[in-house]
Design a protein around this ligand. Structure first.
Ligand SMILES: [Zn+2]
Length: 411
């Protein structure tokens, strides 16, 4: 039996608005707090949680950037001659993404999404490493570097495994009683809500399933650690997409040439532009100003959100759709999705949540990068406590001359 286990359970997209109408995990983590998210997608939010800093510092923001000299995708260009009926199919793209990921030895999440093969050699992919590993961020350390540097034994989920497999793997490590910190990652709610939206009955069912897993995990953990410090948290929420915006059609109509006048990445809620002449910059800026379903983000605002990159690595001009507007078709997908995130962090459905069984979560914990402070604090507390001699297994004193009925062996 060990003393303390900090258990950080990351439920992707389990936002504050969803929890406002659901009692999710109330029995095990009754103390709830709304957290401000980070501007960007999970590709920005997760590295921010893991490092305690914002994207301008760790430089993990959006996946694709204009960077021809560093593009690893040149060999894919000939695929432009394949019929679109093949190359736009999700199943083909998924298969090819797996193949490319292996070839290029990318360690993080990788998807070619819907980037046209004609232009793919103009782009680089910015998450080549696995953020859930030491050295996994583009710049600076993350929690796994911290744990390694401090010699703190930890368990972390493997995104290549299923949610249930990751739960089982964690329970096995808990039973060994050798870890001082655990990070469990459950991403499936995010995928579900992209498909069905945030108000489908399936969302509640999924949350009930997570509750059963949490109960199992806690019962098991309590047999091996006397104190479980539980934190269930998310990176962002999910908004329903009720309006579609074909931004590409409006930009294409300007008569500019992609690759010569400008380049753009259409993310599902953002469009990021690079310009090669002043005319292109002016025409695109004017056209975007006429789009009522979104707006151009100012440098001051981007700086405030920790997403201003002075070298314009992720784009010279960032257009952001209003909450509930989905840019489609985009380089992320050909077809509409019911739910999306990646809107302004102050849009209602962007807010993330933190649920805990602890009452001592500092008041300063208000945004998702602050979870890093909780992780380092608790990992150190557990590491110290678990090195001390084990607490007695049965705290109740039994008179020496009275035999107790045999209790089941604690495993
Ligand atoms: Zn998502």
């Amino acid at each position: 039996m060990k003393s303390v286990l900090p258990l950080f359970v990351f439920v992707d997209a389990c936002g504050w608005e969803i929890l406002r109408r659901d009692t999710f995990a109330h029995a095990v983590a009754p103390h709830r707090r709304r957290l401000r998210s980070v501007f960007g997608y999970s590709s920005a939010c997760i590295p921010s949680i893991l490092s305690g800093v914002w994207p301008s510092e760790h430089r993990n923001w959006c996946y694709f950037v204009y960077d021809p000299p560093r593009s690893p995708f040149r060999s894919l260009k000939p695929l432009q001659w394949l019929p679109r009926a093949v190359t736009s199919r999700r199943i083909f793209r998924r298969w090819l993404s797996k193949f490319v990921k292996m070839q290029l030895k990318f360690r993080g999440y990788f998807d070619l999404y819907n980037i046209p093969f004609r232009y793919i050699s103009l782009f680089d992919f910015t998450e080549k490493k696995n953020p859930l590993q030491p050295g996994g961020l583009n710049r600076g350390p993350n929690i796994f570097d911290f744990l390694q540097d401090h010699g703190i034994a930890a368990h972390v989920s493997d995104p290549a495994r299923s949610e249930e497999q990751n739960l089982t793997a964690l329970m096995a490590d808990v039973a060994q009683e050798e870890i001082d910190f655990a990070f469990l990652y459950w991403p499936a709610l995010d995928g579900l809500m992209h498909r069905v939206g945030n108000d489908s009955a399936e969302v509640g069912q999924k949350l009930r399933g997570y509750e059963r897993w949490l109960d199992q995990l806690l019962v098991h953990a309590q047999r091996h650690y006397s104190e479980i410090r539980l934190y269930v948290f998310s990176d962002h929420g999910m908004a329903n997409c009720d309006e579609l915006l074909d931004l590409r059609a409006q930009i294409d109509a300007l008569g500019l040439t992609f690759g010569r006048d400008y380049v753009v990445v259409y993310d599902s809620t953002m469009a990021r532009f690079w310009f090669f002449n002043d005319d292109a910059r002016r025409l695109v800026t004017q056209a975007l100003a006429r789009v009522s379903q979104g707006r151009i983000m100012s440098d001051a605002e981007l700086r405030d959100l920790g997403a201003l990159f002075p070298d314009r690595y992720f784009g010279e001009l960032i257009f952001l759709a209003h909450e509930g507007v989905l840019i489609v078709p985009s380089h992320m997908g050909e077809r509409p999705l019911r739910g999306m995130h990646g809107y302004h962090p102050d849009a209602p459905h962007s807010y993330a949540a933190l649920l805990s069984n602890r009452t001592d979560v500092p008041v300063g914990i208000t945004a998702i990068p602050h979870i890093y402070q909780l992780m380092t604090r608790d990992a150190e507390i557990a590491h110290r406590a678990n090195r001390e001699p084990s607490p007695p297994r049965r705290p109740a004193a039994t008179p020496p001359n009275r035999r107790e009925p045999s209790a089941p062996l604690v495993t």
